[in-house]
Write a protein that binds this ligand. Sequence first.
Ligand code: GDP
Length: 297
Amino acid sequence: MAFEGLTERLQKAMTNLRRKGKVSESDLRQTMREIRLALLEADVNFTVVKDFVKTVRDRALGAKVLEGLNPAQQIVKIVDEELTKTMGETAVPLNKSPKIPTVIMMAGLQGAGKTTTVGKLALKLKNEANARPLMIAADVYRPAAIEQLQQVGRQIDVPVFELGTDVDPVEIVRQGMAQAKENHNDYVFIDTAGRLQIDEQLMDELANIKAVAEPDEILLVIDAMTGQNAVNTAEGFDTKLDVTGVILTKLDGDTRGGAALSIRAVTGKPIKFVGQGEKMTDLDVFHPDRMADRILG
Ligand code: GDP
């Protein structure tokens, strides 16, 4: 289960507060200390934690919550609302081009889940919007990558455009786009190469692919289990590519929750989907309010 540590600690902080009945300023300070530690232990970005704690405290004091009825309950409500706000308030839908095809470029480190997620998203659009997507295999550095995308394509019955590993990825994308136009595909997914860490060469290649494909959406695929590193990675990619959204994968194995809680606040970019398993159907729209409820347990 995701976030179990954070949920447990926040619940404990809230239970302690509820036990008080009447809540004093010093009780509030103690609760905020517990929340702060819980968030830091969940690997939430330090600045995000600082801002969060300050906002909750200021709101509680400003609204004279402590003097009113059910102060503990009201503080829980403020925490819930601020968690939601930190994660972006509302779900943000995929960008859609006014004329076909809508081009969605995926970027991310190797192993983050790009290829799997391309398949999941293509399937989702196929099932929910009757889409006719084409997936372009533009990762030429890992020979198995093309075969992996083809395997995904067969699984979800979506065609894959590939030119092997000897052609420049930018050229592959150019030709893939031409094919999509010819075939009237309404969505094009570009599966790009990843590396173990961010490097200049990869970033230049992604920037060149972006220039050729003019994507409507650049989705950064980020492994939630990497916590703070996920946030640094997101910042690195975003600086170079100006991404339009994030997909957080492996939330099913993320016991801490730091990435989910930090990425929006640090990068300003919305988390649009979350991957919650290895199956092709394990992709969900990210709803900040539902996630906040889940975190609070
Ligand atoms: P890529 O290198 O970025 O293309 O990553 P892959 O798509 O090959 O994914 C790497 C591994 O992560 C594979 O074993 C996937 O099955 C797994 N994976 C991807 N998304 C998720 C997810 O949401 N949950 C879980 N548990 N595993 C995932």
